[in-house]
Structures are given as structure tokens and as C-alpha cells.
Design a protein around this ligand. Structure first.
Ligand SMILES: NC(=O)c1ccc[n+]([C@@H]2O[C@H](COP(=O)([O-])OP(=O)(O)OC[C@H]3O[C@@H](n4cnc5c(N)ncnc54)[C@H](OP(=O)(O)O)[C@@H]3O)[C@@H](O)[C@H]2O)c1
Length: 255
């Protein structure tokens, strides 16, 4: 066997579903997988100009149980099986902020954050588990956030939902390890996407420029910073990696 890895072909024959793959980080992940040969389905409530043309788009809402069932069924119909599941849809820009603190977050907002950032991954993984177990190279990558480890009251509902996603993922990784299904988390720090850039403009107490003070490597992240780690975890290069949380944040949570 050659010792050289050809990363441009490593996903040939792999079938992938990326939720929220129509824009932002999800679109970049979908493109990274496509570029290396994967067949990719992206699921979201709408297509965008950033949706990779080579991906198959499924219109669906991951925050409801009916939406998840329909997405899972349609993805399997298109792909005929599944090797890579990236649970990426979540609220970066879509999360409402409550500058007056967590006691002012209404119950419905807590529920919405949990449905989108936690339950979507649980439901979709459960729906696709028989297929993932049948794959010889099954990898689940859940996209969390540094918000899960850095308490911030105005978005407590989001941070709490992502923290629960992290622990769920660890639990699942141990549970599924005997069947060969690997489960890992990638936790982005501030990444430049249109919706997150917009959100950071109105972040309570931190101006857009001040974000850099929190990032030791001195820049806002790019979607490429995330896609490379997701590709590693989804590929055979990551075949002994499971149950881990990779914080891709320029050192933000290292302090
Ligand atoms: N960007 C950052 O700085 C950052 C930092 C930490 C963590 N993250 C995490 O990274 C992930 C992606 O963030 P992003 O900045 O790329 O977000 P984004 O640009 O707002 O994209 C979100 C994607 O998810 C889809 N989506 C949202 N709600 C959905 C729903 N109910 N059902 C189906 N699809 C849904 C969106 O499409 P539709 O709206 O058309 O459905 C879109 O494709 C999220 O989980 C976020 O929490 C991002």
C-alpha cells in the first residue's frame, strides 16, 4: 500500500448527509466531501446561492420529528445507504439573544433551541442508525459550539442545548463503538458565515472588533478551518477517533 494519501479521492464511494448544508459551514462541509468524491445530500428549509450545485437538496425541517423522518427517508432513497452523517443545522445566526439574562428567555425559546440544536441530531441519528450500522465506514459528526463550554447568559438556551449535544455524542460514541459507528463533535469558535457575521454585529457587550481579543490566533475562523477537521473525522484517517470533541476555535477555549 502506498504511504501517500490522496485526499482528493478519499470519499469516493461514500454517501453523506449534511443537515444545514445549503449555506455557511454546512455548505462548505458538503463541498469538501463532494470535492473528494462523496455523493452528498444536503437538507434544509431552503436552498441558497451557496448550496453546492453537485449536492442533492432535500427540503425539510430538522427541528420536528416529522421533518426528520421525511429527510431520513428521502436521503436514503437518493443515496441508497449512508456512511457519513453531519448534523450541522443549528442556530448560530438564528438564535435570539436575551441581553437581560437567562431568566428572561421564554420557555418556547428554550424548547426551540433544544429541538434544533439537540433533538434534531438525536432524532436523525436514530432514524438512520440501521443504515449507519450497515456501513463499513460509518461516521457521525455533530457540530456544536464553543458556546457549550463558555457560559454566556444572553444565549444560555443555545449553549445549554449544545452542551447536551456534546454529552449525548460522547454517550452515543461509547454505545456504538462495538458496531463500528464512530461519533465525534466539532465545536467551532467564531467562524465567518453571513448569518454569524450578522449576529456578531449585535452581540450584547462585544463589538465586532473585540471578538479578536478572545481568539489567541488573532483572527475569525473560516469555514475551511472547520471542514478540514470534519473531513479528518469522516474519513478513514480518523478510523481510531471516536467520542471526542474537537474545538476548532483559534485557541479561544484554551485559556
Ligand atoms: N458560524 C459560527 O460562528 C458558529 C460558531 C459556533 C457554532 N456554529 C454552529 O455551526 C453550525 C452552522 O452554523 P452557520 O454559521 O453555518 O449557520 P448558518 O449560516 O445560519 O446556516 C445554518 C444552516 O442550517 C439550516 N437550518 C437552520 N434551521 C434549520 C431547520 N430547522 N431545519 C433544517 N435546516 C435548518 C439553514 O437553512 P434554512 O434556514 O434554509 O433551513 C442553513 O443551511 C450550527 O450548528 C451553529 O450552531 C457556528
Amino acid at each position: 500500500m502506498s504511504s501517500k494519501l490522496d485526499l482528493s479521492k478519499e470519499f469516493i464511494g461514500r454517501r453523506a448527509l449534511v443537515t444545514g448544508g445549503t449555506r455557511g459551514i454546512g455548505a462548505a462541509i458538503a463541498k469538501r466531501l463532494l470535492d473528494a468524491g462523496a455523493k452528498v445530500v444536503v437538507a434544509a428549509r431552503s436552498r441558497s446561492d451557496f448550496t453546492p450545485a453537485a449536492a442533492t437538496f432535500i427540503d425539510g425541517d430538522v427541528s420536528t420529528s416529522e421533518g426528520v423522518k421525511a429527510i431520513a427517508a428521502e436521503a436514503l432513497a437518493v443515496l441508497g445507504g449512508l456512511d457519513i452523517l453531519v448534523n450541522n443545522a443549528g442556530g448560530a445566526g438564528g438564535t435570539r439573544m436575551f441581553p437581560e439574562g437567562s431568566p428572561t428567555i421564554p420557555d418556547e425559546e428554550w424548547q426551540d433551541a433544544i429541538d434544533l440544536n439537540l433533538f434534531a441530531s438525536i432524532r436523525l441519528t436514530n432514524a438512520l442508525l440501521p443504515t449507519l450500522r450497515a456501513s463499513k465506514a460509518a461516521a457521525v459528526v455533530n457540530i456544536s459550539s464553543t458556546a457549550a463550554t463558555m457560559p454566556f447568559a444572553p444565549t444560555a438556551h443555545y449553549g445549554v442545548a449544545k452542551a447536551a449535544l456534546d454529552f449525548y455524542s460522547r454517550t452515543l460514541a461509547v454505545e456504538l463503538a462495538p458496531s463500528g459507528v464512530r461519533v465525534n463533535v466539532v465545536s467551532p469558535g467564531p467562524i465567518s458565515t453571513p448569518s454569524a457575521d450578522e449576529m456578531r454585529k449585535s452581540f450584547p457587550g462585544i463589538s465586532s472588533d473585540e471578538w479578536l481579543r478572545y481568539v489567541p490566533l488573532g483572527r475569525i475562523g473560516t469555514t475551511d478551518d472547520i471542514t478540514e477537521v470534519v473531513a479528518l473525522l469522516a474519513s478513514d484517517r480518523g478510523k481510531w477517533l471516536t467520542g471526542m470533541n474537537y474545538r476548532v476555535d483559534g485557541g479561544m477555549t484554551a485559556r
